[in-house]
Design a protein around this ligand. Structure first.
Ligand code: FE
Ligand code: FE
Length: 220
């Protein structure tokens, strides 16, 4: 086990190499011994989501621009307006609870947005990129749903009923967005497949045959 040597930034792991977040596993497990409460956890979650929503406000215009399908563009623009509202709700809650937003950055959202950037870079404009953008957007929604779901639970257990209701409204909207994206995906995936013309293979048909008739599903 390595000994903790100084502050987290610039610290080294067992091999002497600084890990990507500047903290080795043993240090991570030792962690901060300061007693934390559910309220701390709740406030930490609020900060995380404020960062996540703000990152999204920055990123979504680029996603809308990268989308080819008009319905998808409209859905992303609608999501942007909703996301701005989510930022405002969180700021209101945090002001009420006197929670400083600080410098916390949501690493998960940073990663999800990075993936979306890679999609935009690797897939040229068109239906296949649109399908990929929807997948990326749904990953974001699922992160938000998990986060707001747990924040609602914590607000409930901490007896913050009004805050619970406000976060619950956001959670409902995230779930609706996810559903809308699933509906949109059906059309856009069909469009993507059609754009590939005869070159695709039908994995649903049984038996083998020429292109469009292969039955890979039957052997699974
Ligand atoms: Fe949101
Ligand atoms: Fe959302």
């Amino acid at each position: 086990m390595s000994k903790k040597t100084g502050s987290a930034s610039g610290s080294k792991n067992q091999t002497g190499k600084a890990s990507s977040d500047g903290m080795g596993l043993s240090e991570l497990l030792k962690g901060n011994k300061e007693q934390k409460t559910l309220k701390d956890l709740f406030q930490d979650g609020l900060k995380d989501m404020l960062s996540a929503e703000k990152q999204l406000v920055e990123a979504l215009p680029k996603v809308a621009e990268a989308a080819h399908n008009e319905d998808l563009q409209n859905a992303v623009e609608h999501h942007l307006k909703q996301t701005e509202k989510h930022v405002q709700r969180l700021e209101k809650i945090m002001t009420y609870l006197k929670v400083e937003s600080g410098s916390k950055e949501c690493e998960a959202m940073k990663g999800l947005i990075k993936e979306a950037d890679e999609i935009i870079k690797n897939f040229p404009e068109g239906p296949v990129r649109d399908s990929a953008l929807i997948i990326g957007a749904q990953k974001v929604e699922h992160y938000e749903i998990a986060s707001y779901g747990s924040l609602c639970e914590l607000a409930d257990v901490l007896g913050m009923s009004k805050i619970h209701d406000t976060l619950g409204r956001t959670l409902d909207e995230e779930e609706q967005t996810d559903q809308d994206l699933s509906d949109l995906a059906q059309d856009i995936n069909d469009e993507a497949l059609e754009s590939e013309g005869e070159s695709h293979e039908d994995y649903n048909s049984s038996g083998s045959g020429s292109k469009g008739k292969k039955g890979y599903g039957s052997s699974l």
